[in-house]
Design a binder for this molecule. Structure first.
Ligand code: THU
Length: 160
C-alpha cells in the first residue's frame, strides 16, 4: 500500500484586475449574467460565461424552482446551451461569478461537483482543455487550467 496524492490545482489571483484582458472581459460577462439569474429562493445569483473557439460568448445563470431540486446551476445552463446549439464548437474558457443579497460573497465560488462532472464530458469530447475561472462578488479569483484539474478521480466513459 502506498499513499497517492491526486489533487485539484489552479492559480490564485488577488483580484479581477490581475487577470489578462481576455479573462477580465469574460469574468465581467459572468458578473453581468448574475443579474439575470432566477434565484428567488436562495438569493444567491450565479453567472457563467463561456468563451467559444470563435470568440463568441455564451452565458448562463442559475434557474431555481419552487420544487428546489428542479432548479439548475449557472454552469450547466451555460454548457447545455452551448452543447445544444453549437455541438461542434469548442469551448475555450468558462468564467463564473456569484453575488448574494444575503451577504457579500468574498470567496471564489467554484463549480459544484455535478457541474464539474458535466463540464468534464464536454472537455473530454472536444479533446482540448476548458480553462475555468471563478470568483465571488469581490476578492480573489481562481483560474484552473482545465476541468480535469478540478476533478480528481473523475468518472468518464472509459469505465463503461
Ligand atoms: N449554484 C450554481 O449556480 N452553481 C454552483 O456551482 C453552485 C450553486 C446555484 C444553485 C442554486 O440556485 C444557488 O446557487 C444556491 O445553491
Amino acid at each position: 500500500m502506498k499513499k497517492i496524492n491526486i489533487a485539484a490545482s489552479g492559480y490564485l489571483f488577488d483580484s479581477i484586475d490581475e487577470l489578462s484582458d481576455v479573462d477580465k472581459h469574460l469574468m465581467k460577462e459572468a458578473v453581468e449574467a448574475t443579474k439575470k439569474s432566477y434565484s428567488p429562493y436562495s438569493n444567491f445569483k450565479v453567472g457563467a460565461a463561456l468563451l467559444m473557439e470563435d470568440d463568441s460568448v455564451i452565458i448562463g445563470n442559475n434557474q431555481e424552482n419552487a420544487a428546489y431540486p428542479s432548479g439548475m446551476c449557472a454552469e450547466r445552463v451555460a454548457i447545455w446551451k452551448a452543447g445544444s446549439n453549437f455541438p461542434n464548437k469548442k469551448v475555450k474558457k468558462l468564467a463564473i461569478a456569484a453575488i448574494s443579497t444575503n451577504k457579500t460573497v468574498d470567496k471564489p465560488v467554484g463549480p459544484c461537483g455535478a457541474c464539474r462532472q458535466t463540464l468534464l464530458e464536454y472537455e473530454i469530447n472536444q479533446e482540448e482543455p476548458i480553462e475555468v475561472l471563478f470568483m465571488g462578488e469581490i476578492g480573489k479569483v481562481v483560474k484552473a487550467e482545465s476541468v480535469t484539474s478540478l476533478l480528481p478521480f473523475s468518472f468518464d466513459s472509459s469505465y463503461l
